[in-house]
Design a protein around this ligand. Structure first.
Ligand code: SF4
Length: 459
């Protein structure tokens, strides 16, 4: 029985356009789940929808521009047929909702983060069913066949000088461990093999509700779940990830040989200006602790160039750090000032051209590092999760690769998506591996997932 009480003949068909990061994708999944639970039709395609909800991102200037562009496109879509509606939600509207409403008055409704009840009511849901629906606060976003994001926390209690996330998402809030374990069991029963652990930062998990960092305990419990093969940690926060924590994480039985460890910079002066509360030496110790405990692992990082005050000498320190650490994966961004952040008020802005030159230099360095690391894998057999089939090949990800942000593996022939396959690497480029499948459609052993380069998943 439909739970909404709209007096129209047919309930609205709703679709969601998601922008930004994996955390936003989880919000969209949450909304999609609530929409279905409230009795509305959720559709994938805009052409089939009556209502589009644009889940905006406000992280950096480019993301804001893209969000506004999608909102304007959606307004054009709305104007093409009577009865269509456009809602906006997400990080950008959380912070700049009034401005967005003024700038784009054609939007039907603008919501902040987590305003699920208001959104469902705006769709026409019965207030009583809404109260029940919004009780289901935890949905994990699908990251692709066989993979799902498990959001373990929201918000952030740090104050990095370049980041407006705490203003948009509020203080750090961990999800209770029991709830997460139940959610992961449910996901495993639906065929999920890989859990991607996300939050605005994940290494502080538990500090608010358990008064200590409990990410290791959580991951150990997730490792016990039958069916889960890979646990991948994204968004570690270097100041909250001392060497001991990195060692303990590396020992989690099903942890992928991968950690996302965004250093942002390596110059002491810039780290201080960024309010990162760590040093290059401390971060090096943490990285080394993880690598020592988990040989053959991938450390992914993110860096920001062109922060106010960054001199050639500061950049040289960052370049050398990247050159020495040889991160298996890295993303490089240029700084753009965000309203209400400490960085926005700092003097000594770096010219855009200079920042772009620095970005190019780091990307060139990183391309060479990635190519060399990939070439060392030729002839080895590694586990790969297949994501899709395109013409005569399958495409997937190795244990070194998170969805959307890292490299891809092309496998000759067609293989079952959502399943881990053993793949012998035959070719390597900077951002792609090529291989042939050695064990088609075979699920991995039930326990450890371990060392990247071993044919048997154990470490
Ligand atoms: S840890 Fe820093 S960069 Fe990450 S969300 Fe919090 S304030 Fe932003």
């Amino acid at each position: 029985m439909k739970k909404h009480c709209a007096d129209s003949v047919r309930p609205p068909r709703v679709t969601i356009h998601t922008l930004g990061c994996a955390k936003n994708a989880v919000d969209s999944e949450t909304l999609a789940g609530l929409v279905k639970q409230a009795g509305f039709d959720y559709v994938e395609k805009l052409a089939q929808a009556d209502v589009v909800v644009v889940n905006t991102c406000g992280f950096i200037d480019d993301a804001k521009v893209e969000s506004v562009h999608v909102l304007l496109e959606s307004v054009r879509w709305k104007q093409a047929r009577k009865g269509r509606r456009v809602f906006a939600m997400g990080c950008l509207t959380q912070r700049d909702g009034d401005e967005i409403k003024n700038e784009i008055p054609e939007l039907d409704r603008v919501f902040g983060i987590g305003e699920w009840t208001e959104m469902l009511e705006a769709l026409g849901a019965n207030p009583l069913s809404v109260a029940q629906s919004t009780d289901a606060t935890l949905y994990s976003g699908k990251a692709g066949p066989g993979s799902a994001y498990l959001r373990i926390s929201d918000g952030c209690s740090h104050a990095c000088a370049f980041c407006a996330i705490p203003q948009m998402r509020g203080l750090y809030r961990s999800e209770p461990m029991e709830k997460l374990v139940e959610e992961a069991k449910l996901l495993a029963r639906t065929g999920v093999r890989e859990l991607l652990i996300i939050g605005q930062e994940t290494t502080s998990y538990g500090v608010d509700i358990y008064r200590k960092r409990t990410l290791v305990e959580l991951c150990n419990r997730l490792s016990d779940i039958v069916g889960i093969e890979w646990i991948r940690i994204l968004y570690a926060h270097p100041p909250s990830a001392p060497p001991q924590l990195m060692r303990e994480l590396a020992r989690v039985p099903k942890l992928t040989p991968y950690i996302d460890f965004p250093i942002e910079h390596a110059s002491e002066k810039i780290l201080k200006l960024m309010n990162r509360k760590t040093t290059a030496a401390k971060m090096r110790d943490s990285i080394e602790a993880f690598r020592a405990e988990f040989p053959d692992s991938c450390v992914r990082t993110t860096v920001l160039v062109g922060f106010p005050g960054e001199t050639d000498e500061d950049f040289r320190e960052l370049y050398e750090f990247m050159e020495n650490e040889k991160f298996e994966r890295a993303g490089v961004f240029t700084y753009s000032p965000q309203d209400g952040t400490a960085g926005g008020d700092l003097p000594n802005r770096v010219e855009e051209g200079v920042a772009l030159e620095r970005l190019d230099l780091l990307m060139k360095l990183q391309r060479n590092i990635c190519r060399t690391k990939h070439q060392s894998l030729i002839g080895r057999t590694i586990p790969v999760i297949v994501e899709r089939n395109v013409r005569e090949n399958s495409w997937g990800r190795s244990a070194w690769d998170a969805p959307d942000i890292d490299a891809r593996v092309r496998i000759v022939g067609l293989h079952a998506p959502g399943v881990l396959h053993q793949v012998k690497i035959t070719g390597a480029a900077a951002y792609q591996l090529d291989g042939i499948c050695e064990s088609a459609n075979v699920e991995t052993r039930s326990h450890t997932c371990g060392s990247f380069a071993l044919p048997v998943l154990s470490h």
